[in-house]
Design a protein around this ligand. Structure first.
Ligand code: RB5
Length: 147
C-alpha cells in the first residue's frame, strides 16, 4: 500500500509527524509537499494530492491544512476523490467502511500528533465495506458527482 501525503504551510509540522509514523508502520509514503512554511493556497495542494490518488499513483491520501476543512472542500472537487475531514478515529473508520473515502483530511492546528497518528493508522487499516447498502450509497455519490 502506498500513501500520498500533502499539506499547506499550516499542516507542515503534522506532515513530518505523519511521514515518520508511516515509516514506523512500514507503509510506503510519497511526500507531495509543501516542505516549507511559506504560505501556499490549500486548493493547490489538495488538487495535487487528489489527482495523484485518482490517477492510482497512491492507494490513499492524507491531506493536512490548519483545520482540515479547506483541503477537504477542495479535494472533493477532484472527480473520483472522496475526502473526509477526520477528528476522531471513529471518523476515520466510518469514512473508510461506510463512505469509501480515499483521502483523510487532518487539521494541524486542531489535533495533536498522537491523535493524528491514531486517525491516520485507522484510516489506512480499515477496508471499504462491501455491504450492498454502502456500495449503493457510494455509487449515488458518484452519480451526483457526474451530474
Ligand atoms: C491557512 O491559514 C488556513 O486557512 C488553512 O490551512 C486551512 O485551515 C483552510 O481551511
Amino acid at each position: 500500500m502506498k500513501i500520498a501525503v500533502a499539506n499547506d504551510h499550516a499542516g507542515l509540522e503534522l506532515k513530518w509527524v505523519l511521514l515518520e509514523h508511516l515509516a514506523e508502520l512500514g507503509v510506503e509514503a510519497e511526500n507531495l509537499g509543501v516542505d516549507t512554511d511559506d504560505p501556499v493556497d490549500y486548493p493547490d495542494v489538495a488538487q495535487r494530492l487528489g489527482q495523484a490518488v485518482v490517477a492510482g499513483d497512491a492507494d490513499l491520501g492524507l491531506l493536512i491544512c490548519g483545520t482540515g476543512i479547506g483541503v477537504c472542500l477542495a479535494a472533493n472537487k477532484v472527480r473520483g476523490v472522496r475526502a473526509a475531514s477526520c477528528c476522531f478515529e471513529y471518523h476515520a473508520r466510518m469514512a473508510r467502511e461506510h463512505n469509501h473515502a480515499n483521502v483523510c483530511c487532518l487539521g494541524g492546528r486542531v489535533i495533536g500528533p498522537e491523535l493524528a497518528k491514531a486517525i491516520a493508522t485507522q484510516f489506512i487499516r480499515t477496508p471499504e465495506s462491501d455491504a450492498e447498502r454502502h456500495v449503493r450509497r457510494t455509487r449515488k455519490v458518484e452519480a451526483l458527482e457526474a451530474q
